[in-house]
Design a protein around this ligand. Structure first.
Ligand code: PLP
Length: 346
């Protein structure tokens, strides 16, 4: 017996169905960066495709290429990190949709598209306040004019306008939304006809219907990860899809030693702060070492007993994250490939 991350693909599909109902008539782009938030890219996108998801937010070109190879030509795949000429060339060649938040990058994309005689599909990004890349509002008109000129040569097609919200407060998001709408209008005045406008991720897509536009980019909620300090899974209508467990490998006066440690991605800051699920109920997590952790003993503990750190029958990843002021995604993406992924359902 070894440590395992069990992923319930039926629960995943149920989350996807719920998201679709919640956000309709907008479409769902499933965000699959960081190996689908640690859940394993290929099984996740295959199930999502079967469940009707057609847009995938891959972040980097390599992930986008895997999605293309797995799902074929009909998948729409959005990447927003393509820096080098090689990456841009691959992205255009594979007909990935490219997020472009920089005028120089826009010209690079057009040049490479001409070189390989394949028009690039571009989503222009307006910086609505996060300052994390994106065309500044004061440069937007000029960038939109450049994009329209490049579009008229056939090198690029501007299919989208997008931005990313801070989701820190409604006021900030409202200001960002106003800036976003102004940018869409300016792009239309410049002669562009973007057909997909997208602004929101999980939290705002659920809480702020008026900000959804054509497409919402949802990662966390699809995997059943609720926001730290926010509404619970029941209120959101989602459920966690992953369960992280490991066996007891030694029992001594100190406690039950379990085969999951910091090297497997368990944050050592959790020691002394959370409880985990033993066969006879919740027990304190006492220590996290490199290769194992120590859990408060239960009277009838046996070697091979399974301890669950988060998921079915235990706390959620977000519950654990809250113990050290982090977020559930942070825990999920840290689980090392040393922990085997097992898929249920599907
Ligand atoms: C990660 C990410 C998302 C998804 O965010 P969630 O809160 O996990 O839904 C959406 N858009 C961008 C640009 C992202 O980087």
């Amino acid at each position: 017996m070894t440590s395992a991350l069990r992923i319930d693909l039926d629960a995943f599909a149920a989350n996807l169905r719920h998201i679709r109902g919640e956000i309709a008539p907008s479409e769902h782009m499933l965000v699959v960066k960081d190996d689908a938030y640690g859940h394993g890219l290929v099984p996740i996108i295959q199930r999502a495709w079967t469940a009707g998801v057609r847009w995938f937010g891959a972040f980097d070109v390599q992930t986008g290429a895997t999605v293309r190879a797995t799902l074929g030509e009909d998948a729409r795949i959005f990447v927003w990190l393509a820096g080098s000429d090689d990456e841009i060339r691959t992205a255009i060649d594979l007909r990935l949709d490219l997020g472009v938040g920089d005028r120089d990058l826009l010209h690079d994309v057009a040049r490479i598209a001409r070189e390989i005689a394949q028009p690039a599909r571009v989503h222009l990004k307006i910086d609505t306040g996060l300052h994390r890349n994106g065309i500044r509002p004061e440069e937007w008109d000029a960038a939109a004019a450049d994009a329209a000129a490049l579009e008229s040569t056939g090198a690029i097609g501007v299919v989208g306008v997008w931005s990313h919200l801070a989701e820190a407060s409604d006021e900030e998001d409202d200001a960002a939304s106003a800036q976003f709408i102004a940018a869409v209008e300016a792009s239309e005045r410049a002669g562009l006809r973007p057909s997909v406008r997208h602004l929101t991720a999980s939290a705002a897509a659920f809480a702020r219907p008026e900000l959804r536009h054509d497409l919402v980019r949802i990662g966390a909620f699809a995997y059943g990860i609720r926001p730290a300090g926010g509404p619970d899974e029941g209120m959101l209508g989602i459920r966690p899809i992953a369960t992280l467990s490991a066996p007891v490998i030694r029992i001594d006066d100190e406690g039950a030693h379990v085969a999951l440690g910091a090297l497997h991605g368990l944050p050592s800051t959790l020691a002394g702060r959370v409880v985990v699920a033993s066969p006879s109920g919740p027990r304190a997590l006492l220590r996290v070492d490199r290769l194992e952790s120590v859990v408060e003993r239960w009277p009838e503990a046996l070697l091979g007993d399974e301890v669950t750190f988060y998921g079915e029958g235990a706390a959620s990843a977000t519950d654990l994250a809250e113990a050290f002021a982090s977020i559930g995604e942070e825990i999920a993406v840290r689980i090392s490939p040393l922990v085997s992924r097992e898929y249920l359902g599907g």
